[in-house]
Design a protein. Structure first.
Lengths: 177, 335
């Protein structure tokens, strides 16, 4: 998961030369006030990851997982002060039916973000807001990688043997640079 | 001379240094958006430098006697006003790739280079790629200079030579020949003429004070190279042309001289990113990708005091203009 986010980060890293240039443009620290204090910035990502769902036709229960290496994300900052997952958007792609109704449980690492939540998956994004008490994923982010688990039940059996579930988590971090 | 000019150059460029700020994401919005964003962000520096460097041309309205001369080191501090601490980000001025993250607003005030570096003062900017993925980052931080020293100033410094010609006319020269090192190139040339007006006006020429007209232009060119070994074309270019016209008046009181002037000050500054750039993703970046141009003019009125002790002359004045400027000079004057 988050491969595209990582790709985005890679692209950003590829601008390092330009970054240097922009730092020059910034002319930021006058010699008499350089304090080397880290500057905080917020970073919010909405990066979709397609998860292929193959061989589930006729089933009314599913389990999916995806391991994410976020070392490149970590490379963009010296440290993360906060990391929260605010919401997850879900939508179907290339699904032959109209929708999938049912319940879903999503876990990130050992944290259950929501459990047996009633959801209707369609080709449009369904947004699930994460309760504020469960948003903190700082440990997970700082660990360098994390796994996302999706479990669900459907009210009627899945009608397609090969489609994609597009998962777009919204992650907000505070970094020091 | 070379040593002096090198010191001056170092003073000039000491205002520049690298920070720890991660600004890579600016380019995610594309070069046009980056240019628009940077233009607002850098603007107070360009304005401040353009206004500041016009200071110190004269600390008296009295011209030298023939072949009398003075040489002075001039230091200027242009004050960035409150309005220069932020610039307005309008969604309409940018492509859909770069917008404010908060969809409920269409514009917001962002810090300039001289603005706040606090997180609460820096709204999120949203960069969206062709796959509709987005990443939002806090707007660029300011330098925090005001918090550090209490003022937002743009410093500048220069050396000036003045020589008395005929008919109570002074020629003023600001000249540093091209200085080249692997890291930078720098040169400046400025010329000014100050002519005594009072001598041509009957009756007025008997009054106990001096009145002159001053016209001056200045041209500063600089380049800062990033990697001369591997990418010799890559550089940041910073050029400023200024123009000044003032009517000056001064009154000598013992060792003191009270002086002032009224006129106009203008500048034209360009900041260019030169060279060829590429990314490992082979993203297309045109040569010389960034070009920022700043122009401005304003009425300039200044008032100052100088003191002359034998050949030593010190002065300080304050100029009201687009960006008010405080100037001090120190030097020697003969005849």
């Amino acid at each position: 998961m988050y491969k595209k986010m990582i790709k985005t980060m890679k692209t950003m890293k590829n601008f390092k030369l330009m970054k240097t240039v922009f730092l020059l443009f910034a002319l930021v620290a006058f010699s008499n006030c350089e304090d080397n204090e880290p500057i905080k910035s917020e970073l919010k990502t909405n990066t979709s990851t397609p998860i292929a769902i193959i061989g589930f036709e006729g089933q009314d229960i599913y389990q999916l997982d995806n391991t994410v290496d976020i070392s490149e994300l970590l490379a963009t900052a010296s440290s993360f002060l906060t990391a929260e997952i605010e919401q997850i958007a879900l939508k179907l792609e290339d699904y032959s039916g109209a929708s999938i109704d049912g319940t879903m449980t999503v876990r990130l690492g050992s944290t259950t973000l929501f459990e047996s939540e009633a959801v209707t998956l369609t080709s449009d994004n369904t947004i699930i807001t994460i309760p504020s008490t469960l948003r903190n994923i700082l440990t997970l982010v700082n660990s360098g990688e994390f796994k996302i688990y999706l479990e669900g039940t459907t009210s009627i059996p899945i009608e397609d043997n090969s489609f994609k579930l597009i998962v777009t988590p919204q992650i907000r971090t505070t970094i020091e640079i | 001379m070379k040593k002096k000019s090198t010191i001056l150059f170092c003073m000039f460029c000491s205002i520049m240094s690298f920070s720890q700020i991660d600004l890579e994401s600016i380019l995610e919005g594309g070069l046009e958006d980056a240019q628009t964003l940077l233009k607002g962000y850098v603007q107070p520096f360009a304005k401040g430098f353009g206004n500041g460097i016009n200071g110190g041309w004269s600390s008296t309205a009295k011209a030298h006697k023939l072949l009398g001369f003075d040489i002075a080191v001039i230091a200027n501090a242009a004050f960035v006003p409150k309005s220069g601490e932020t610039f307005t980000f309008n969604n309409a001025d940018y492509s859909s790739k770069l917008q404010l993250d908060d969809a409920t607003i269409s514009s917001a005030e962002l810090p300039t280079l001289f603005g706040s570096k606090n997180l609460v003062d820096r709204p999120l900017l949203k960069f969206t790629d062709s796959d509709s993925n987005s990443i939002s980052t806090s707007a660029l931080p300011g330098s925090g200079l005001k918090e550090a020293i209490g003022y937002n100033i743009v410093p500048s410094a220069i050396v000036q030579l003045g020589v008395g010609l005929i008919k109570n006319t002074d020629l003023k020269i600001r000249f540093i020949p091209k200085q080249s090192t692997p890291e930078y190139e720098f040169s400046t040339f400025g010329i000014g003429l100050m002519h005594d007006l009072k001598q041509w006006i009957p009756f007025v020429n008997k009054l106990p004070f001096d009145v002159s007209a001053l016209i001056a232009v200045n041209n500063i060119k600089s380049k800062f190279f990033f990697d001369t070994d591997n990418n010799p074309t890559q550089a940041l270019e910073f050029n400023t042309k200024t123009f000044l016209f003032q009517v000056l008046a001064s009154k000598k009181l013992s060792i003191f001289t009270l002086y002032g002037g009224l006129g106009t000050s203008s500048y034209n500054t360009d900041v260019n990113l030169l060279g060829t750039y590429s990314t490992t993703n082979n993203n297309l970046i045109p040569d010389n990708p960034i070009s920022l141009d700043y122009k401005g003019s304003s009425v300039r009125a200044n008032l100052g005091l100088s003191i002359k002790l034998f050949f030593l002359k010190l002065s300080a004045d304050y100029a009201l203009q687009e960006y008010d400027t405080f100037t001090v000079t120190a030097g020697f004057t003969i005849r």
